[in-house]
Design a protein around this ligand. Structure first.
Ligand code: PMP
Ligand code: GLN
Length: 379
């Protein structure tokens, strides 16, 4: 074979892998890739052990275990008072990444435009490109909230989908009721656009309520919502999540899902089904709020400027008072010289716009947060 044509010529290794690897090599405290470093709930481990002893080691039904689907439907009803028909509107997925990839592959055709709001999570664009679609990137405002004029300005007859992410990674910002209402009005004016709402941090929010796309009933016939058990139960390595979509779209999504994974890890599904009956997601916000507050209080006298953090487990900071380096170089130096790893925000921008802002993950035990901030305060 002489020539090999890359389908993703501009894609390299993700920043999460790069920075976690650098942290390993340099011995830096890893506040880069988003994952907790504290133990999971012992009850979850106990249920996992119990389920591993049972006869749950063969394929689950394609869309998910009926028991888990019942529990997820209940979770959605309890939190958003939305009744979904699990058999036609719910799909258990191998994390939100697979939910997003499968939905895009199923619904986007060559030439379709997909609006992506930057800074954007890294898995959206490659999925659109692989489907033959055209990613249309729109920069969020300097406050990382939607600039509705800019968004409306890129809508065309080819626009097939808009991908939103609320609470937002990497900024930690959350949409107001006005933002959700504006999106609703915009999409009511443009009735062929599908909304793909990435809500993996739906339960990690602090002073503000999360306004889920589940509550926007006028759009539910063309809204896909995805969530991740990785975030909700501190188990990012399990790669478990789900998506909700109206039957018409779900029929297409399932066609791809059955050949993409067919069905998702059976022991994990059985365990999550049991665990959902004994756990309370409403404690998650306060749990992470304490970590955010600790991290913020330890950094308040540093030369980093703390930016608003309303949800997720990410704190963004501006480092303009410390350095004029670009954010990628700054993060490299931070890891190599100071031994703290962070994520540069510019890599989430198609334009590579560098705002001298970096992201720290505070889903860490207090000891880690204390050690890291001690270093950061000396810079
Ligand atoms: N979307 C966003 C915004 C994320 O931060 C993540 C987490 N890494 C994902 C999707 C993917 O979630 P999962 O790990 O469940 O695939
Ligand atoms: N979502 C995680 C983050 O934002 C990373 C997940 C991954 O490594 N793909 O840090």
């Amino acid at each position: 074979m002489k020539h090999y044509h890359s389908k993703l010529p501009n894609v390299g290794t993700t920043i999460f892998t790069v920075m976690s690897q650098l942290a390993k090599e340099t011995g830096a405290i890893n506040l880069s890739q988003g994952f907790p470093n504290f133990p999971v709930d012992p009850l979850l481990v106990e249920l996992l052990e119990k389920n591993a002893q049972k006869d749950v080691h063969q394929y689950m039904p394609m869309a998910g275990s009926p028991e888990l689907m019942t529990q997820v439907s209940k979770l959605i009803y309890d939190n958003y008072q939305r009744n979904i028909d699990a058999s036609s509107e719910l799909l258990i997925t191998a994390g939100a990444t697979q939910a997003i990839f499968t939905s895009i592959l199923a619904l986007i055709s060559p030439g379709d435009e997909v609006i992506i709001l930057d800074p954007s999570y890294d898995c959206y664009e490659p999925a659109v490109t692989l489907a033959g679609g055209i990613p249309v990137h729109v920069q969020l405002g300097d406050d990382f909230l939607p600039d509705w004029d800019r968004i409306e300005g890129v809508i065309s007859s080819k626009t097939k989908m808009i991908i939103t992410n609320n609470p937002h990674n990497p900024s930690g910002r959350m949409w107001s009721k006005e933002d959700v209402d504006t999106l609703e009005l915009l999409l009511l004016k443009n009735e062929n656009i599908i909304l793909l709402s990435d809500e993996v941090y739906e339960f990690i929010h602090f002073e503000k309520e999360h306004i889920s796309a589940h509550t926007v009933t006028s759009l539910s016939h063309r809204t896909i919502i995805t969530s991740s058990f990785g975030k909700t139960f501190h188990i990012t390595g399990w790669k478990m999540g789900y998506l909700v979509a109206p039957e018409k779209l779900m029929v297409e999504i399932k066609k791809v899902h059955q050949f993409n994974v067919f069905s998702v890890n059976s022991v994990a599904q059985a365990t999550l089904s049991d665990y959902l009956q004994q756990s309370d997601v409403s404690i998650l916000g306060l749990f992470y709020q304490k970590k955010r507050d600790l991290f913020q209080s330890l950094l308040k006298d540093s030369n980093f400027e703390l930016l608003p953090c309303e949800g997720t487990y990410f704190q963004t900071v501006n480092y303009k008072a410390i350095s004029q380096q670009n954010d990628v170089e700054f993060c490299k130096e931070l890891a190599i010289k100071h031994k703290v790893a962070a994520i540069p925000i510019s890599v989430f921008n198609k334009s590579n716009l560098d705002q001298k802002i970096i992201r720290f993950c505070f889903a860490k035990n207090d000891e880690t947060l204390i050690s890291a901030t001690k270093i950061l305060c000396q810079i």
